[in-house]
Design a protein around this ligand. Structure first.
Ligand code: G3P
Ligand code: MG
Length: 252
């Protein structure tokens, strides 16, 4: 196991502030900072030529003006993509950011991060090397970044090349042996779907002092029963938590 977990903010803007700006774009990061968020979650995928970009899906269709698999695209194609107009006309011209541009933006905004690796069939070692290199160039941000993935093989590869980087195992529904598997892959936190939380998982996390961060909740009232046992929430709209006095402590 990595041996430590970072002291991160407790409210993460999911894909940036994706309730008010197109997901996984620099305007979504800027919107998160503008509403007072101190951390964002975002998804990283590789193009066919190995360029790391901020994008959730393995195809551009849902969140840009073009169709096509990321695996068949290269860096030159990014100039042809509009990642904002699908969301609202005001965001026309937003780009699919390269990882380097996204990390530069986070540094400028002073945000902490949850970088989620989306493997989409890419080579895990190549992906891990790319992420490790980008974070190594930005040590202050790297220390305030937790890298997560459903693709645990990518986390294992990252743990090998960057053993001090905090990692979080992602499961929609953690298996019964989640803790042992987390330890094996070198992760120090559990990221999971709050709708599938079980008392058993939470009790084991508390006993073993594993931070639990949950996605994606946009209604603080629904999450209230779990609040004492959670480390952080990933939400499309941090404003709903900032505006709720029960969560005031989380906003600091
Ligand atoms: O990292 C938490 C959450 O983003 C995982 O699910 O599909 O929104 O990337 P997804
Ligand atoms: Mg994600």
């Amino acid at each position: 196991m990595t041996g430590f977990d970072v002291d991160l903010p407790r409210i993460f803007a999911h894909r940036g502030a994706s309730a008010v700006a197109p997901e996984n774009t620099l305007p979504a990061f800027e919107a998160a900072a503008a509403m007072g968020a101190r951390a964002v979650e975002f998804d990283v995928s590789l193009l066919g030529d190995g360029t790391a970009v901020i994008h959730h899906d393995g195809n551009f269709a849902r969140c840009t003006n073009r169709e096509g698999a990321l695996a068949e695209a290269s860096r030159a194609d990014l100039a042809t993509l509009d990642a904002g107009a699908w969301f609202a006309d005001a965001f026309r011209g937003a780009v699919v950011p390269e990882l380097s541009a996204a990390l530069d933006c986070l540094e400028t905004l002073g945000l902490a991060a949850n970088l989620e690796i989306k493997l989409h069939g890419a080579d895990p070692a190549r992906f891990a090397d790319t992420v490790a290199e980008a974070l190594a160039a930005r040590p202050t941000l790297a220390a305030r970044t937790v890298v997560s993935s459903f693709d645990h093989v990518a986390l294992e590869a990252l743990a090998r090349v960057s053993p001090d980087q905090p990692l979080a195992a992602l499961w929609s529904l953690p298996p019964s042996d989640w803790h042992a598997r987390m330890m094996d892959m070198g992760a120090s936190a559990l990221h999971t779907n709050w709708r599938k939380l079980t008392p058993a998982t939470l009790e084991e996390a508390v006993e073993t002092q594993i931070p639990v961060r949950v996605y994606t909740c946009n209604d603080p009232a629904e999450l209230a029963p779990f609040r004492p046992l959670l480390s952080a929430v990933i939400t499309d709209d941090p404003r709903v938590f900032f505006g709720d006095p029960d969560w005031a402590e989380w906003a600091t």
